[in-house]
Design a protein around this ligand. Structure first.
Ligand code: FAD
Ligand code: EPU
Length: 339
């Protein structure tokens, strides 16, 4: 384990923002993590945890502290019955590699979450979700190390307080724990989630008549590749904002003024409105401002055309928020973590 100095973070964030860290270290085991956390040289400095850097925006050009990149790997089956497995993956495992591994083994539950960038350890942070599924549905528990004491603790699903793009690690326990491994309960008897419109249509296009977890994964990958910009080509962090959930009454009032406004009922009293639609209606789709912009096919994705600074992306996001608020009275909340 080597702690490097004055390291560029550009290769470590999918926005491709050039920021530098005073200290940078990659940890491969819990022991290495504990060692670096308790080291008196770094104890008094701010510490920042990084997985794949696919949901972060570095708003400062210099981080005057220690960046800890989690590289803890390993996938193991802990328990197995005739119809289910309890599987554990290290926090540094690439999320899509885990999904592919489970599909190869015939374990169902993660296939709709194919191709989401990032690592296993960051997945519970915002209860990653896509195409009608969230990890909370297959999540069993996780292990995390306390940043100050270096002690490990197991968190159950209830303790993680998962919600839409939410968990306790983004709120009550923000910045206090480093997730080191995650356990999932997966099924050997698949229940297919194909209700999300585009999946059924894509399976038909692919000529699939009998769904399988592999076919669903392939369909999801196809849809994602057609809709979302590849960070290797153009810097981005996926959806920049969450889709707002607004009171039903507010939605019905807005719908009278904007009859085309889409909305999905999420509970008896709330409707989720696609932020991409709100942003597009405000005229942002495809706009380029300096090195930043709003993607031309997906208005919910803010992009770095090459040399944008984090502060410029943030300024654009605030302009977008302002115009959506003015036009629709809806406050957009960033999904991306500003660091
Ligand atoms: P990072 O960006 O490195 O970190 C995210 C946050 O978690 C930071 O606050 C960081 O400090 C913290 N963190 C990271 N690892 C740990 C750890 N081990 N312990 C404690 N804290 C940690 N998300 C979805 O939910 N659904 C999608 O469909 C989706 N699509 C995307 C598409 C694209 C093209 C991109 C670029 C992003 C997309 N995302 C999506 C967002 C992103 O992939 C997820 O949020 C992912 O879980 C982030 O993982 P990461 O390892 O890159 O986390
Ligand atoms: N829309 C527009 N204009 C746009 C984009 C979207 O009008 O430019 C409207 C359309 O009505 C469309 C609807 O928004 O039908 C939904 O768009 P899309 O299917 O692309 O999904 P999304 O709501 O933009 C969400 C997640 C994605 C996830 C997909 C698939 C959030 C914040 N985003 O996007 O997650 O992959 O659904 O489930 O919930 C991420 O979190 O980073 C992410 C990419």
């Amino acid at each position: 384990m080597t702690v490097s100095q004055n390291v560029s973070l550009k290769p470590f964030n999918t926005f491709g923002i050039e920021a530098r860290a005073r200290y940078f270290v990659r940890v491969q085991t819990i022991e290495e993590l504990r060692e670096v956390l308790t080291d008196p040289v770094y104890r008094s400095l701010p510490r920042l945890i990084l997985g794949g850097g696919s949901n972060v925006l570095f708003i400062n050009d210099f981080f005057d502290g220690l960046v800890i990149k989690i590289d803890i790997t390993g996938i193991a089956v802990l328990e197995e019955t005739a119809d289910a497995v309890l599987l554990e993956a290290g926090a540094g495992v690439v999320w899509h590699d885990l999904v592919m591994h489970t599909i190869e083994q015939g374990y169902a539950g993660l296939e709709n979450l194919s191709l989401i960038p990032g690592t296993v350890g960051a997945a519970p942070m915002q209860n990653i979700g896509a195409y009608g599924v969230e990890i909370k549905e297959t999540f069993d528990s996780l292990e995390a190390v306390h940043l100050e004491s270096g002690e490990s603790r197991r968190f159950t699903k209830e303790e993680c307080r998962f919600g839409y793009r939410e968990s306790i690690f983004k709120h009550g326990l923000r910045g206090q724990y480093i997730i080191t491994s995650v356990r999932f309960k997966l099924s050997k008897i698949p229940v297919f989630h194909t209700s999300y419109g585009a999946i059924g249509d894509t399976l038909r296009e692919m000529g699939v008549t009998e769904p399988s977890i592999k076919a669903i994964s392939e369909a999801v990958c196809r849809i994602r590749r057609s809709k979302l910009p590849d960070p290797a080509q153009i810097g981005n962090a996926g959806s920049f904002f969450k889709n707002p959930e607004i009171p039903r009454l507010q939605y019905e009032t807005l719908k009278m003024q904007f009859p085309d406004m889409p909305g999905y009922v999420t509970s008896p009293d709330f409707v989720k409105v696609p932020a991409g639609w709100l942003i597009e209606q405000c005229g942002w789709k495809g706009k380029v401002i300096g090195q930043t912009g709003v993607h031309k096919y997906q208005a919910l994705v803010l992009v770095n055309y090459g040399t944008a600074r984090g502060e410029e992306i943030r300024a654009l996001s605030e302009e977008v928020q302002k115009s959506v608020k003015e036009r629709f009275g809806i406050q957009l909340t960033p999904e991306v973590n500003f660091l």
